[in-house]
Design a protein. Structure first.
Length: 383
């Protein structure tokens, strides 16, 4: 039977010896109840029994061949024995509880939240006048009276709440907001931030300068910061408007139409240098006899594992020659259109949707300029 009653007084018993079943039968025959019986082997078992039946085992302790050991006491008897053996602990526990009870009836902490412009010392001074101080009784703290006193003595307080929590007094403050001073310089017009075509415009406050269908440039005024009242007076206001516009992202590609163009002939010379930090030493350097040329440079570490900071610098010098420029005008323009549109679309931010695309072609004396445009309809602001 399991020991489930914490109020029962019971003792743990360990028995070692042979023929343990004979002892168990004898105990049961005398109506002795056993709890939590656990026979670990044929020579050892453990169980709990009522403390009042402990004497029933005394005859078996000597001369019976059994070794009987009494273990922990459980239930109320165990608690009683614990405190009987540790009287000092019990006295200290009682005194500690009493001490905490007494200390919790005093103010030991004052917390203030929400003040920015009001000095904390000013709040503490008002609390002192109301008898709220560290070490004073918290039972005498009347939260409603303190709230009234704080609002009466400190004009900067708009709302205040006082809370008693344990040995703490918590003050929550909301300060009065100062009305902002508005100057003439703060009334500024709405300005276009980019070139665009106005597609929709709704002005809530202010005077519109442009209208739907107008093409505006970056920096143009869209809405003035005033309106004319019935008496013909100009009243300053902050402009408020909802404006939609088409804006364009564009890129251009140039086609060279000169009679001759410059290309690489295929001839080149290569020079090599050893780099050690900022110093450069010549490994191989050839003279250049080309009239027109262009260069390409490359660097790489001398050792694969970069054990030493040595680099090889190579400089290739390519010969340039002029050749007759022969091309298909229509094919080159079509190719340039596709390239210009791709470049323009790449400039559109990913959160925007492209409404349409188009191109323009401008022919000059020695080149053709192809422009690609990506058009986006955008809400350019609610001000």
């Amino acid at each position: 039977m399991k020991n489930r009653n914490i109020f029962a007084s019971r003792v743990g018993v360990k028995i070692e010896g042979l023929n343990l079943k004979r002892l168990l039968k004898a105990l049961l025959k005398n109506n002795i109840r056993l709890y939590n019986l656990n026979q670990k082997s044929h020579k050892e078992m453990f169980f709990c029994m009522d403390t009042k039946n402990k004497k029933a085992l005394l005859p078996y302790k000597k001369g019976s061949g059994y070794k009987i050991t009494f273990k922990n006491t459980y239930g109320l008897a165990g608690i009683f024995n614990f405190f009987k053996n540790k009287l000092g602990f019990l006295v200290g526990l009682v005194l500690g509880v009493v001490f905490l009870g007494v200390m919790s009836s005093f103010v030991w902490n004052i917390e203030i939240y929400g003040q920015e412009n009001i000095l904390e010392n000013e709040i503490i001074e008002v609390l002192k006048q109301e008898g709220v101080e560290i070490g004073k009784s918290i039972n005498n703290v009347d939260v409603e009276e303190i709230e009234t006193a704080l609002q009466k003595n400190l004009e900067e307080i708009s709302l205040v709440s006082v809370i008693k929590k344990g040995s703490s007094v918590i003050i929550n403050i909301k300060e009065t907001l100062e009305e902002p001073v508005i100057t003439e310089e703060q009334f500024v017009p709405l300005i276009a931030q980019c070139d665009c075509l106005i597609t929709n415009m709704s002005v809530t406050q202010g005077s519109a300068v442009v209208k739907e269908g107008d093409l505006v440039r970056k920096g143009d005024i869209l809405v003035e910061p005033h309106y004319i009242n019935n008496e013909g007076q100009r009243i300053k206001v902050f402009p408020i408007a909802e404006i939609y516009a088409n804006i364009w992202y564009n890129e251009k590609v140039e086609i060279n139409t000169k009679g001759f163009i410059t290309i690489r002939s295929g001839n080149y010379v290569e020079n090599s240098y050893l780099l050690t930090g900022k110093n450069q030493s010549i490994i191989k350097e050839n003279s250049v006899s080309y009239n027109n040329f262009e260069t390409e440079e490359s660097e790489q570490f001398l050792f694969y594992n970069n054990l030493l900071p040595l680099k090889i610098k190579k400089v290739r010098i390519y010969e340039l020659i002029e050749v007759e420029n022969s091309f298909s005008k229509e094919a080159e323009i079509e190719k340039a259109k596709q390239e210009a549109l791709l470049l323009a679309e790449d400039k559109v931010p990913p959160f925007m949707s492209i409404a349409s695309t188009f191109t323009s072609v401008t022919e000059l004396e020695e080149k053709i300029i192809v422009c690609g445009y990506a058009e986006v309809n955008l809400k350019i602001g609610v001000y």
